[in-house]
Design a protein around this ligand. Structure first.
Ligand SMILES: Cc1cc2nc3c(=O)[nH]c(=O)nc-3n(C[C@H](O)[C@H](O)[C@H](O)COP(=O)(O)O)c2cc1C
Length: 182
């Protein structure tokens, strides 16, 4: 069982959001999963150009890192999708691959997988972003099992406080994958 974190923070590994993703993945590991996190900021992903070359067979016309990134997403049994709030919405780093994966809605490319969402903000819109990320999982055919949404506040103390309690979500995700929870 492989559970991957897909991190949409422009700060990558150094960001507040990744701290929570690591904590969720820690719970998933306790639940028996092999875990891995990837940072979308490390991938060379180009804007979608609406060519829809992918619609007949799924292959992307671009020769950037999209195929590798999508392959890693599809190879996972469980996904932790995460993003910081950026001007009230998901980050650009997260939205570009979501758009690039558009053909996956039609063919339900994430069917049979489970997932959860993690979002952090300064002080608002974190719940909306987490809800959107779980909605994305559902659109692609995956089953969301929960979310973590934390407003970091001025000093980021809320992130530290949340780290201790989000492992449960990872354990829930691992259990859903292992038992193929309906
Ligand atoms: C360009 C930019 C836009 C942001 N927009 C918002 C916003 O609309 N609402 C909010 O509460 N926080 C906003 N923030 C704050 C981040 O969401 C918050 O600091 C988050 O925890 C950063 O996560 P990260 O360290 O993983 O990137 C913004 C930060 C940046 C850099």
């Amino acid at each position: 069982m492989l559970i991957r974190g897909i991190n949409g923070s422009p700060r990558g590994e150094r960001g507040a959001t990744m701290r929570l993703v690591r904590a969720v993945l820690g719970g998933a590991k306790e639940g028996g999963a092999e875990i891995e996190a990837l940072n979308l900021v490390d991938y060379d992903l180009r804007f979608k150009n609406a060519c829809i070359v992918c619609f007949p067979g799924g292959d992307c016309a671009f020769t950037d890192d999209f195929a590798e990134m999508y392959g890693r997403i599809r190879a996972a049994d469980g996904l932790v999708l995460d993003s910081p709030v950026s001007i009230d919405l998901v980050s650009g780093q997260m939205k570009i691959p979501i758009d690039l994966m558009a053909d996956g809605i039609r063919c339900q490319s994430l069917a049979g997988k489970y997932g959860c969402a993690v979002a952090t903000s300064g002080d608002h819109a974190e719940k909306e972003v987490a809800t959107y990320l779980n909605h994305v999982l559902k659109m692609f055919g995956a089953t969301p099992v929960g979310e973590v949404a934390v407003a970091a506040g001025k000093d980021g103390a809320a992130i530290g406080a949340a780290e201790g309690r989000v492992a449960e979500l990872g354990r829930t995700l691992a259990d859903a994958v292992a038992t193929k929870r309906p």
